[in-house]
Design a binder for this molecule. Structure first.
Ligand code: UDP
Ligand code: MG
Length: 149
């Protein structure tokens, strides 16, 4: 079963949006297998955003993600990476529809509340960057068979 990494970014944690965002994924029917609050240091931030190293916003995004704690989560489900990305909305909240997380809570492209892996392959790498295998829990949630077979 596919897994994906979600980070509630420092702005989402500081604004008290953790429960709201986590609840949306729970209510959608996704399966939570990892969850923690952590401070992201510069080294981990640089690895996480390595694909953007040459972009003009790189320094700003590194500073932002390491400025205050994040909540890291691993969610499991069919096509979970694409499903989470659609619930997040596009990178720039200005173009994000109401009903998406960025469309409901974001205004700024930098402070856009949430990160989600952009492909199943990247998800595996990002999960490895934030969680050890002992921190990921395989468990049966009552009722999952009424959400997907
Ligand atoms: N970002 C930014 N300015 C830009 C593009 C991206 O500040 O012009 C930040 C933004 O916080 C974004 C992150 O860099 O979430 C990573 O960019 P990416 O294109 O991977 O967007 P995402 O996958 O988060 O939608
Ligand atoms: Mg991205």
């Amino acid at each position: 079963m596919e897994r994906t990494l979600v980070l509630i970014k420092p702005d989402g944690v500081q604004r008290g949006l953790v429960g709201e965002i986590l609840g949306r994924f729970e209510r959608r029917g996704l399966h939570l297998v990892g969850l923690k609050l952590l401070a992201v240091d510069r080294a981990r931030a640089e690895r996480h955003y390595a694909e953007h190293r040459e972009r003009p916003f790189f320094e700003a995004v590194i500073e932002f993600i390491s400025s205050s704690p994040v909540v890291a989560m691993v969610w499991e489900g069919p096509s979970v990476t694409a499903l989470v990305r659609s619930m997040m909305g596009p990178t720039n909240p200005a173009g994000a529809a109401p009903g998406t997380i960025r469309g409901d809570f974001g205004v700024d492209i930098g402070q856009n509340v949430i990160h989600g892996s952009d492909s199943p392959g990247r998800a595996e790498e990002e999960i490895g960057l934030f969680f050890s295998s002992e921190e990921l829990v395989s468990w049966e949630r009552a009722g999952t068979s009424w959400i997907y077979p």
